[in-house]
Design a protein around this ligand. Structure first.
Ligand code: ADP
Ligand code: MG
Length: 333
């Protein structure tokens, strides 16, 4: 067995083939690949959700179905794409009809809401190997259409950094459900973890002027970090400006920071935009009410030339000991 690699290392070392193709594309490294086909531009993404990694083995299949598509539509949202269709590949240990009925209902509801039909896929039965459980995963490939196509590249020095919604709630839910933190996972937190709503309309709005965008699947710092690396810039982030839910606000500062900076699974968007776009963003937030309130869009920092500084409200620097999620980072192996 060779040494273990991080997710980023393994992709760049073994799967960055760099073969020139017939279709001009934006290579590996963004939430979606952007493909120019004739005079149209497609955004394509694929994401797997696996039992034990992305959903707890006893999770409600209805929410697993909904979330499987939602996480893919969230990548389309990060590209500013309008969802068009998707493929579904199922790897199942058994064909349990009640599980499948609820799963397909959840999947259908998300597909219907975003007018995104299922147009193909693959179904495989998986087998047990020794005493370990048979693999159980759902892979979706989603295709959308873009005018321009937002990527993680393009953030400019001096740009504002913005985040939608409250981040950290899905991580709080996970910590409470797995008993790692004490307290109860209420219905708001359960929904944050089980049925995230992809920010499709917001992504399309941002595609007209944002300089870079990513969805927050692996944690705010990791996903902002992806923008900084791809754009070859740095950032100053005022961490206490990150919008916080009442549930997370009640936790200790340590827990709150852990959940907001490193916790994944939020499926909010983080983007950079020039200062000149501020009023446009504020007006949009006012126009798009959510639960009777303006949409929560928060300016949390600035793009600088290099490095990542985390600051508290007084401008004091916070030691950055928070990391987002890497599937193959040493601590997760
Ligand atoms: P996301 O979290 O938005 O799905 P990731 O950060 O996981 O994206 O992936 C980073 C980039 O690496 C994406 O462009 C993705 O398409 C690409 N990628 C991930 N795994 C592989 C792989 N096995 N082969 C080729 N590209 C990959
Ligand atoms: Mg993504």
């Amino acid at each position: 067995m060779g040494p273990c690699l991080s997710e980023t290392e393994l992709i760049s070392r073994f799967f960055n083939f760099n073969i020139p193709g017939q279709w001009p594309t934006q290579g590996i490294g963004d939430d979606c690949a952007i493909i120019q086909v004739g005079n149209r531009r497609l955004a394509v993404t694929t994401d797997t959700v696996a039992s034990g990694t992305h959903f707890l083995p006893n999770a409600d299949p209805y929410t697993v179905g909904k979330k499987s598509l939602a996480v893919n539509l969230s990548d389309l949202a990060a590209a500013g794409a309008d969802p068009r269709c998707f493929f579904l590949a199922l790897s199942l240990p058994k064909s349990d009809s009640s599980w499948l009925e609820a799963f397909s209902r959840g999947l259908y509801e998300c597909a219907k809401e975003f007018a995104c039909p299922l147009i193909g896929g693959d179904t495989t039965k998986t087998a047990k190997i020794g005493h370990s459980q048979a693999p159980f995963s759902i892979t979706i490939t989603a295709i959308g259409e873009v005018e321009r196509g937002l990527t993680r590249q393009g953030a400019q020095i001096g740009d504002d950094i913005w985040v939608s919604g409250t981040v950290g709630d899905a991580y709080l839910a996970l910590m409470l459900r797995t008993g790692q933190w004490t307290g109860t996972c209420d219905s708001y937190l359960a929904a944050a973890m089980d049925t995230p709503v992809p920010r499709v309309a917001l992504g399309q709005f941002l595609s007209h002027f944002a300089t870079a965008c990513a969805d927050i699947s692996d944690g705010f710092l990791k996903d902002l970090g992806n923008i900084l690396v791809r754009s070859n810039v740095g950032a100053e982030v005022y961490v206490d400006r990150l919008a916080v839910s009442p549930q997370l606000a009640r936790r200790t500062q340590e827990e709150r920071r852990q959940a907001q900076l490193a916790g994944g699974d939020d499926y909010e968007l983080v983007w950079t935009a020039p200062e000149s776009a501020r009023q446009r963003i504020i007006d949009y937030a006012q126009k798009c009410q959510e639960n009777g309130q303006p949409l929560l869009l928060t300016r949390v920092g600035k793009v600088v030339s290099s490095g990542l500084k985390l600051l508290n409200n007084d401008g004091g620097e916070i030691q950055n000991t928070f990391y987002g999620f890497d599937h193959f980072a040493q601590e997760n192996v």
